[in-house]
Ligand binder design. Sequence first.
Ligand SMILES: [Zn+2]
Length: 493
Amino acid sequence: MPFYETQNIQIYNTLSGKKEVFKPIEPGYVGMYVCGPTVYSNVHLGNVRTFMSFDMVFRYLKHLGYKVRYVRNITDAGHLENDADVGEDKITKKARLEQIEPMEVVQRYTVDFHNILNTFNFLPPSIEPTATGHIIEQIELIKSIIDNGYAYVVNGSVYFDVHKFNESYEYGILSKRKLEELIHNTRALDGQSDKKNPQDFALWKRAEPQHIMRWPSPWSDGFPGWHLECTAMSTKYLGDNFDIHGGGMDLKFPHHECEIAQSQASKNQSPVNYWMHANMLHLNGQRMSKSTGNTVNPAELLSGNNSFFSKAYAPSVIRFFNAQSSYRSVLDLTDDGLLASEKGFHRLMDAIHLLDELEAGDTSTFDVQKWRQLCYDAMNDDFNSPILIAHLFEASKQINQVKTGTATLTKTDIALLKTTMHDFTFDVLGLEDQVSSDSGTDKLSGAVELLIKLRQEARANKDFALSDKIRDELAAKGIQLKDGKDGTTFSVN
Ligand SMILES: [Zn+2]
């Protein structure tokens, strides 16, 4: 029996609002689509959190032995400002401001996106298709929606007829919104719009003369609407009905709602069996927002070069911090939280190193088999990584007790414990043994900690000339000391 058949995964499905037993369409195979970034600026840390959560899902399914086709797209056209149907294309706008080709914008930020994800030890998806590479598929999709009577053409643009669709299907089925409420809550059209109703959304937009990114179509030279690309690319590579569709909570409406409508209107088929949504990332208890300045980007978080955090954090510490919350909870990024995660991460790594030094006993005082299944149970329960980490900590405690002689494990159990710890820590959670293996960094930390201690002694002896000298000379070498209520920390610039 394949290993995945011994495990019973439950996934919280946004569509039904409850946990459901996961049953792939093809036994042994999983098709998973996750909405990728719009590449017009450096990737947002909140998006990194979403992709990190789905990287863990991808890793766990692969670990169980499923053959997973993971498709994550790159939006390089069609995404208008404010996620709306009017305004400028985000990539075109950036290109105009910087006087470069739109594809230069796309290239620059796609490279940035990949660099950041590599730093965080992401597995690459199986396919990473682009919107501009699938214009033909999108045009074909629009044709079939028009043929089925759910879209109309006005002045070279094509709009999805939400009201007509709602007569046969249910618009709002995913986000639990009713069309009547949407009508009540949206402003009437101002007479400038080509749309019949404000709830309708663009499938194709005729390009204004100044719009650079444009393609010929039966309706006009123009470009596809943002929601359309994901329907075109997900169904092309995964089939009209596939297993898992993921994305950030903010995409549930209208983006994912529109994807469902487009699939039903074109193929009379609900596209996705399990809709998964990762929750938002906050910074110090507040939503991240560029306009309020409450934001930090991934590079700033990793370098320590920001005004929110006392130091730089290793990518694996940030991954560990993310995994300590469920992907369905709001995650609040704070310095205290990261410092605690860093400690926990080191504790886990230390225990894994200790595994190589344990001496086997005749009996085991810890049931490794049972513990191992608890680790699987945690992940099977909607990828509950915080519970998994609690089990890894329990094992760490046991490892320390065996080392000090207050517990014993047989040779077989030590081997099983080691395999399982490695599987979950490195393969499933995607952590890397970075900090400990980087002995250069370790030695530097040790040396700076020693200087911090000498400086404290100098201050205790009221030798402020010496204490200032230590601080200033370290600063001249790019090492900043920061005095806080819990002692002195340092960051390397
Ligand atoms: Zn999408």
